[in-house]
Design a protein around this ligand. Structure first.
Ligand code: IMP
Ligand code: MG
Length: 186
């Protein structure tokens, strides 16, 4: 799905498909260099469901050997705000002992989910844990999370597309865009 086809549901396009794909290729090249000498494949850990698109594109742009695994988590809290209290819905299949792990995320918003996840994964005996996030909202951050790789800093607005949803829709939008207020019932 592209933004032009649903322009009446969107206020503005924040990131074009071209910008997203160009940046992913740049980050993949950095990852190839930074992890060139591993004795086991780099383990990419995606957080369902938002990270699915980033994972698919990033993993294919990387040239070094990787393995891919996914986790599903849910944060307790009221409404759409993340509380930092996280429950694992689906855990990893792969053992992290001695592994170099790169968490692949769609967006770093408050940072609450990711800071919990990093702590959780660190307790499992991995050799290293780093974070790649496609987007970051610097004005929304509540807990400082270090992302070794960040695609774009974006304004503190609710966006959809490239994996990000509103009510489970718009994940297949190829761009990242701000939803028009009338879609929220506003
Ligand atoms: P937080 O960093 O704990 O606040 O939660 C981040 C998660 O909330 C992301 O992984 C997304 O799944 C979701 N999220 C944050 N901002 C947005 C947005 O603008 N649109 C859609 N989902 C979002
Ligand atoms: Mg996410």
């Amino acid at each position: 799905m592209d933004a032009a086809a649903i322009s009446n549901e969107l206020t503005s396009v924040v990131l074009t498909e071209d910008q997203l794909q160009t940046r992913i290729r740049e980050i993949a090249a950095e990852i190839d260099e930074d992890y060139a000498d591993l004795d086991k494949p780099l383990l990419l850990v995606g957080v369902l469901k938002g990270a699915v698109m980033v994972m698919a594109d990033l993993a294919r742009a990387i040239s070094i050997p990787v393995q891919i695994d996914f986790m599903a988590v849910s944060s307790y809290g009221s409404g759409t705000k993340s509380s930092g209290v996280v429950r694992i819905i689906k855990d990893l299949d792969i053992d992290l002992t001695g592994r170099n792990v790169l968490i692949v995320e769609d967006i770093l918003d408050s940072g609450l989910t990711l800071s919990w996840l990093i702590k959780n994964l660190k307790s499992r005996g991995s050799s290293s844990i780093e974070v790649m996030t496609m987007m970051r909202k610097p004005d929304a951050i509540k807990v400082e999370v270090h992302a070794r790789y960040c695609g774009f800093d974006i304004p503190n607005e609710f966006v959809v597309g490239f994996g990000l949803d509103y009510a489970e829709q718009y994940r297949n939008l190829r761009e990242v865009a701000v939803l028009a207020p009338h879609v929220y019932g506003g």
